[in-house]
Design a protein around this ligand. Structure first.
Ligand code: FAD
Length: 315
């Protein structure tokens, strides 16, 4: 059986959860088995997971799980997966998934691959591919352990409706007490989080200072895109850290990534190179980012970006 941990926030399942279930369903088909989803804490629309291929949804309803704690989640997912005899566990490659992945693998003595973007093949052993070296190469991993854990890169497949609403079954698990005390949570409402964003407008040190970000936000708002930034920009607090993409930031895979005044250092590319279409705006024709770009504009961003925004508005 393939068990998919479906992430939710305030009881609502995210797009990444539907992607993970679609991935789990296709993996289960390859293995000739069923795909079961797992929901933890409040779960408003859990039956919808069936639309994407889950034959049923196991639900651990304990209210303590509304507060995310990687240790607690890993323990609960491990216990459920052992109860149902899951052979493959699918997570989303999000900050939540990353906080669970290693802990779960250690608990279950499972082989694991993080950030996969293709369905495993099973002829001649269980193998799965993922992009490596900033997307410059594809590595194929064979997993030989009895239990296997995969986390799915966001936007690597379209959630597809293949079934009907699933039955929800209570899973009987003792939820351990969390050792984490959360004092406050501040949410940024209204924007699509970077791992789920299909359109991203990102900017770097070429912006000269935080006071100039208005033109980036105008373009992002016009497109309905999420904003991101390079690391030095977050390091000097021109932008919040949750916008930092790259090797040490968030790895994303949007349909469109617009890079404004970013040189395209390897560490930046590591997090964005898998974007489906990359547009680079840079005044230096030798900027390394142009080598990774699908479309490039050599020019002063302070002239190009407002013109682009106006052009999009007319479109
Ligand atoms: P710069 O390299 O200074 O580039 C600014 C660009 O703006 C230049 O190409 C310039 O031509 C252009 N520009 C300037 N003015 C204009 C204008 N008016 N119009 C148009 N273009 C203009 N970086 C990340 O982003 N993410 C990471 O996760 C990350 N992890 C790292 C990990 C390690 C271990 C290390 C050592 C570094 C890491 N870095 C990371 C830093 C990385 O090496 C680069 O230093 C950084 O990405 C550069 O940021 P930048 O492109 O914004 O700035």
């Amino acid at each position: 059986m393939v068990l998919v941990f479906a992430e939710s926030q305030k009881g609502n399942f995210k797009k990444t959860a539907f992607e993970a279930v679609t991935y789990g369903y296709k993996t289960a088909q390859a293995l000739g088995t069923e795909c079961v989803a797992l929901a933890l804490g409040s779960a408003n629309n859990a039956a919808d997971l069936g639309l994407y291929g889950a034959s049923k949804v196991l639900h651990v309803a304990d209210a303590a799980l509304d507060q995310f704690d990687g240790q607690v989640y890993a323990k609960v997912i491990a216990e459920v997966s052992q109860q149902v005899g899951a052979k493959v566990i699918v997570l989303s490659h999000t900050s939540t998934g990353k906080a669970i992945h290693g802990r779960l693998a250690a608990r279950l003595d499972a082989g694991s691959v993080a950030g996969v973007n293709s369905i495993p093949t099973v002829d001649g052993g269980f193998k799965v591919k993922k992009g490596v070296f900033s997307g410059k190469a594809i590595a194929e991993y064979a997993i030989n352990s009895e239990v296997k854990i995969l986390s799915v890169m966001g936007n690597s497949l379209q959630p597809a409706i293949v079934g009907s609403p699933a039955a929800i079954e209570a899973a009987n698990v003792t939820v351990p007490a969390s050792r984490v005390k959360v004092k406050s949570v501040s949410r940024i409402e209204g924007i699509v989080p970077l791992p789920e964003a299909e359109l991203v407008v990102s900017a770097g040190r070429g912006m000269k200072g935080p006071e100039n970000w208005g033109i980036v936000e105008d373009l992002a708002n016009t497109l309905g895109a999420t904003t991101a930034c390079s690391r030095p920009v977050a390091d000097v607090h021109w932008r919040p850290h949750h916008e930092h993409v790259g090797q040490t930031g968030i790895a994303i895979r949007p349909n469109l990534y617009i890079a404004i005044g970013i040189s395209g250092a390897i560490q930046h590319l590591a997090g964005v190179n898998n974007s489906k279409t990359i547009v680079v705006i840079n005044k230096d024709p030798e900027a390394p980012f142009f080598k990774a770009a699908d479309y490039g504009v050599v020019g002063d961003l302070f002239e190009v970006v407002p013109q682009l925004t106006e052009a999009v508005k007319k479109f």
